[in-house]
Design a binder for this molecule. Sequence first.
Ligand code: FAD
Ligand code: UDP
Length: 394
Amino acid sequence: MLAASGRLKRSVVDYDFLVVGAGFAGAVLAERLASQLEKRVLVIDRRAHLAGNAYDAPDARSGVLLHHYGPHYFRTNSDRIRDYLSQFTRWRPTEYKILAWSDGRYWPFPINLNTFEQLLGRPPGSCTSEEMAATLEKWRVALPDNRPPANSEEVIVSQVGMALYEKFFKNYTRKQWQRDPRELDPNVCGRIPIRTNRDDRYLNEKFQALPADGYTRLFERLLAHPRIDVRLRTDFREARAQVRYRHLVYTGPIDEFYDCCFGPLPFRSLRFAPETHEVPWFQPAVQVNYPNDHEFTRIVEIKHITGQAELPWTTILREYPQDYTAGKNEPYYPLPTADARALYVRYAARAASEPNVTFVGRLATYRYYNMDQVVGMALAEFEKLKTSTLQAGR
Ligand code: FAD
Ligand code: UDP
């Protein structure tokens, strides 16, 4: 039953599972436990809505189905993950195409053959992939002994050289992470494809689509099972004294679970600044990245991909990177550095010996994961819980 938001009653209530967090990790596990193992599940979230960071809702003035916590472009290479979610949503196929703003003009981004032509001042369609590959070969800075890149500067510079790195990556990354790219794992900037063809999509995965009725609707369906209760605006610290449960599924920040006993894990936060404009469109693409201008990193105009082109007005969202302080703002990104990972490993070691608790999701496992990866992780954790539940005969 999808209960209305509200606080827990004073009396103690009994469940098989308490799930902390109504994002992808928590909702998928709750759905599986209820529908496949017939468990009674209570899902709580301290926010006032379902869907965690994937939450979307129509903007009050424009009606645009706004992604309140930044753009959530669903993509996956996994048929299994797509098929699982397809039980709860239809899809709106879409290709995410974005631009970068640098040196006073728009650039096709990620770097591709069109970007290359613009860079050389050549007419569209006049360069070949071979020409671009040969030029990048001259510009790129090879790593000693062709070793793999060790950080986020090397991963880009070893492909396209210093000038393109400085034009598109260096300052965006500093703004976003408040770290030099040399301090960050190679897979941070390595997430961005670099292509010598004309494929100008932001992402590589074979399935790229949005839930046809939005993410929040998808979550309502995930959690609609009669054995699932949901309580919003409810913190685990408050709920733990009022709920009896056999097993806990925890999707919040792992350091918080242990009262930061080894010290706080570093997360990055963001301030989202929405703005409604009384015009049909604000910018030429769903996302424009600003590596070198302004304090924000990007402006997202999600209306480009929500299928709402007929709406007369539009709503945009600017993203301002921020330091994270527990209790003050939200922990959006685990910090992909060696130090932070070493600290996480200490928490993970403690978590491994925790009886009857499953840590799952982006915050609890401190992984820079996309939605599909989190769904995959939750499905894998479900299989483990299924085995242990069946073995224990409960
Ligand atoms: P969350 O969605 O963070 O859910 C965890 C929930 O737990 C939260 O709602 C939180 O309120 C709740 N919680 C935490 N502690 C407690 C507590 N003590 N008591 C009660 N509740 C608690 N992924 C993509 O695939 N494509 C994208 O384009 C994309 N864009 C992104 C853009 C931004 C700006 C961000 C921040 C993330 C983006 N992601 C994207 C990643 C995506 O948001 C995550 O992979 C996914 O939401 C993680 O799900 P989760 O359940 O692990 O965590
Ligand atoms: N990045 C960059 N310039 C860009 C876009 C991304 O330097 O124009 C780097 C930056 O470090 C960013 C990372 O690549 O944090 C990953 O970008 P992505 O858009 O995938 O980040 P997310 O959507 O997860 O915030």
